[in-house]
Design a protein around this ligand. Structure first.
Ligand SMILES: [Zn+2]
Length: 405
């Protein structure tokens, strides 16, 4: 049960119950489409009359449409319903230290076109470069059908203003990226950090989880290590909107220096930068070393390839990352007791080798058998989870439950 905040509440109106039921129908259609009215009535445990009314309203709003005819043994063949997303599209942007990706996607997160550019570390130059790509992707398309631009960035975001409060990887502090990009493109811009966006994609884009449990921790391992926590379908944000910074959970007080300025953080042992620095035997906290590694054009996929071709140093660098990641995940599981942990990032390409090490780390540190048995799933990089996350920022609003009380 949730306590009502008497200073900030959303009052129910006469239309609220109907609005909630419409959203339930909309989400059922989306997750089971194409679906008949009879099946909807069964799923919602209500009579056909009520479903017909709700569906009629959704059709009138233009969000649900009738399509194919279902096979019926006898009598009138029912028309199947689906969510109407035709012509609608999103712009998804993934800003990373190495490269920035700008994609045109549909509302299910499928990529229709993709452009890649080098990440300019000067915010104004980056905004101009992204705006140029957006303009190219929008050519010949109706701006009215654009849901907006979803942007995923590495760093802490101020939710209300969309300012990037701090991004050690990009070397940014208090950058008004959302505002600048909205001004440059004339489109609505939503912005989030990678782990929150990826968690939203996991919840809001197909394939939807079959068990319906939206209680998980999402860990993104890339240039940094980010975590987001989802409890009962909602992202836990904390008082200052920056909850989940488990990347800076200390594994050792005198470990390697982290980009946050402290020592021994989980990120300093397990980020892509940390893994590559271990391989090249350089100090990843020195900006010049990071830049030198980036300029080398040698990425995680190259390291995984070297491991597969029998390079023992590559195998060691990745195995150490797996071991530390397992210990870090055990700490997160102990703190939060999630139903599952999802890991995304290039490291997952080597999961057949490091996955067992991660699990061993979790088993070693978990405090109960149930905690040790927490499933750890991977989100394949081929699915572009970060770009899907950028799309999910825009899509989630369309299907989210109405805010009441
Ligand atoms: Zn740190």
């Amino acid at each position: 049960m949730r306590k009502i905040n008497t200073r900030q509440f959303h009052r129910a109106t006469r239309s609220t119950p109907r609005e909630i039921n419409r959203k339930i129908v909309l989400n059922l259609v989306r997750e089971h489409q194409p679906i008949s009215r009879a099946d909807l009535a069964r799923q919602m445990h209500v009579g056909r009359g009520m479903i017909t009314q709700l569906v009629d309203e959704l059709i009138a709003q233009g969000v649900v449409a009738e399509g194919a005819t279902a096979n019926a043994l006898r009598g009138r063949k029912p028309k199947l319903l689906h969510v109407r997303t035709r012509d609608h599209f999103c712009i998804a942007v993934d800003v990373r230290f190495s490269r920035t990706h700008v994609a045109l996607t549909d509302l299910d997160g499928r990529q229709l076109a993709l452009q890649t550019l080098e990440t300019e570390l000067d915010p104004d130059a980056l905004v101009a470069a992204i705006a140029l790509r957006v303009e190219g992707l929008m050519l010949g398309r109706d701006p009215e059908c654009c849901e907006g631009i979803g942007v995923v960035v590495p760093g802490m975001i101020h939710r209300r203003t969309g300012h990037i409060l701090l991004s050690p990887q990009l070397g940014w502090r208090d950058v008004p990226l959302r505002e600048a990009l909205a001004k440059a493109t004339g489109l609505r811009v939503l912005i989030e950090n990678a782990p929150i966006a990826c968690a939203l994609a996991h919840m809001w884009l197909p394939p939807f989880s079959r068990d319906g449990v939206d209680n998980f921790v999402y860990v993104t391992v890339s240039d940094g290590v980010g975590v987001s926590v989802v409890d009962d379908g909602e992202v836990f944000r904390g008082h200052g909107d920056t909850a989940g910074e488990f990347g800076h959970l200390p594994l050792s007080l005198d470990g390697p220096k982290c980009m946050c300025g402290l020592r021994g953080c989980l990120e300093a042992y397990t980020s892509n930068v940390a893994t590559l620095a271990r391989y090249f035997d350089v100090d990843a906290s020195v900006p010049a070393s990071r830049k030198a590694m980036r300029d080398l054009g040698f990425g995680m996929e190259d390291l995984v390839a070297r491991m597969r071709s029998g390079d023992p140093r590559a195998a060691y660098a990745l195995a150490e990352t797996g071991r530390y990641l397992g210990i870090g995940l055990a700490g997160i599981i102990t703190a939060l007791s999630p139903a599952r942990v999802i890991v995304s990032g290039e490291i997952t390409e080597a999961w057949d080798v490091i996955g067992p090490l991660v699990s061993a780390g979790v088993h070693e540190r978990a405090i109960t058998p149930a905690a040790a048995a927490t499933p750890i799933d991977v989100a394949p990089t081929g699915d572009s989870p970060r770009l899907r996350g950028a799309t999910a920022l825009l899509v989630a609003r369309r299907f989210a439950a109405p805010e009441v009380a």
